[in-house]
Ligand binder design. Sequence first.
Ligand SMILES: Nc1ncnc2c1ncn2[C@@H]1O[C@H](COP(=O)(O)OP(=O)(O)OP(=O)(O)O)[C@@H](O)[C@H]1O
Length: 225
Amino acid sequence: MADSVFQLDRIGVDYPTPAGMVTGLHEVTLDVPRAGITVFAGPSGSGKSTLLRVLGLFERPARGVLRFDGVDTGPLRHSARRALRREQLGLVFQNPVENLLDYLSVGDNLRAAAQSARRTCEPEEILAQLGLGGTGDWPISALSGGQQQRLAFGCALARGSSVILADEPTSQLDEASADLVLDTLRYLAEREFAVLVASHDDRLVALGDRVARLRDGRLEGIERR
Ligand SMILES: Nc1ncnc2c1ncn2[C@@H]1O[C@H](COP(=O)(O)OP(=O)(O)OP(=O)(O)O)[C@@H](O)[C@H]1O
């Protein structure tokens, strides 16, 4: 398995707007190691979400080469990208309700996630790992925001994702709930998941083994700890 989970070579993203083309990312070149937590930090509009969407194979860059596990993703057809997304890449959004199906129980959310990657799972095993043991029959609404985010990471585990991409996972949470998310990210990184997070939460930035700083769609630099 390659040491780098993602290799970006001069990745550029443009958005058409009524006022003309806006560049979301300018020629970003970066190697993301598989091990540890990588944080993409930067002010609002710096390109963090755009970068996560490119890495999550939701967005095709206009320019440059993106390799995932050493494979050039450029020539991949839509169906191959979708299969990679479902089976390997777990994307967790900032708003807990976006990550879960509110009409299913906690356990059924995990089962549905596994099924979407053509797998089966033992919900109670995953819930126990995440400190949510015994909640399998609960409705989603009975969980706190932090617990819902934990469950969203659990869905990535149920799908068998090897890479976790989280976009501002603590921004909608109070401090105690955010702590649950920080613990979960650390737990996943210790278990050899590649964990990539976009955030301007200082505590999340402090958790990173490396921090890639973005500004105006450009990579300003990388701090390694
Ligand atoms: N769908 C879109 N259409 C037009 N412009 C977009 C779109 N998505 C992003 N942009 C622009 O691309 C740039 C980067 O935006 P992006 O959302 O990636 O930044 P961000 O760092 O994640 O910001 P935030 O912290 O506010 O979420 C900004 O100038 C933004 O306005």
